[in-house]
Design a protein around this ligand. Structure first.
Ligand code: ADE
Length: 229
């Protein structure tokens, strides 16, 4: 999969060099290219923002540098990309969204800052590929960088070959619509706290039943919204 990122803070994405995604880049499963939006701003101060029409607090990202950045990426793409703009005003990004995006060949993440990006940029991007405005959740971050990182990790680990043991993807929270069951490792007793007996029983059927009961109970108490319907 190819992933382009457009940002005014390229160093945010340096961490993509470590861990599983770093390995995936090394092995060619993931081709990540980070672009500095300011390289498409040509005034002396490399300005990427301006005051909002209609007034109001804060600054809005100007359309021209975005247009140039998206054109450059699209010109060098083999197929129409999917453009993802992280935004608290977007649809909620879920495991289902991650799974759908993990089958795409080319994603482009556009990281907004300030009060957001001039709205016309999204419409223009839709002439180059599909556009998704996606929110991590009901809270506000300072910009799209951290949200993009989270989405890239959630999507990247679903690409076949990125996670060593594909079975570890199956039992996870959200894949089955339930939260994950609790996990324990040795020692069997630690600081007066014992591992539940059933896990030491060697009885696979009872272990599976216990884990399922734990998933249902956790989901009921922590995330009852997941059980609705
Ligand atoms: N940018 C700012 N806040 C965000 C959020 N909650 N999700 C995605 N992008 C954002």
């Amino acid at each position: 999969m190819r992933i382009d990122v457009v940002t005014i803070f390229p160093p945010f994405f340096d961490v993509l060099e470590v861990s599983l995604l770093g390995k995936a880049r090394g092995s060619g499963l993931l081709d990540v290219r980070v672009h500095d939006l300011r390289s498409h701003a040509h005034d002396r101060h490399r300005t990427v923002d301006d005051t909002p029409y209609g007034g109001g607090a804060g600054m809005v990202m100007k359309p021209e540098p975005w247009g140039a950045a998206l054109d450059e990426i699209a010109a060098d793409a083999t197929a129409a990309p999917v453009f993802v703009f992280p935004s608290p005003a977007g649809e909620v990004f879920t495991q289902a969204t991650a799974r759908a995006l993990s089958t795409e060949q080319h994603l482009v993440f556009g990281c907004g800052r300030y009060e957001g990006i001039d709205e016309r940029v999204f419409d223009y991007a839709s002439t180059l590929g599909q556009v998704r405005l996606l929110s991590l959740g009901d809270y506000v971050l300072n910009g799209g960088e951290v949200a993009s990182m989270a989405m890239i990790e959630a999507i990247g680990r679903l690409i076949p070959g990125v996670v060593g043991n594909p079975e570890s993807l199956v039992e996870e929270s959200h894949e089955a619509g339930l939260l994950e069951y609790p996990s324990y490792t040795k020692p069997a007793s630690w600081r007066g706290r014992d591992v539940p007996d059933v896990l030491l029983s060697g009885h696979h059927g009872r272990v599976a039943q216990w884990r399922h009961d734990q998933q249902v109970e956790r989901t009921r108490t922590r995330r009852p919204d997941l059980l609705d319907g």
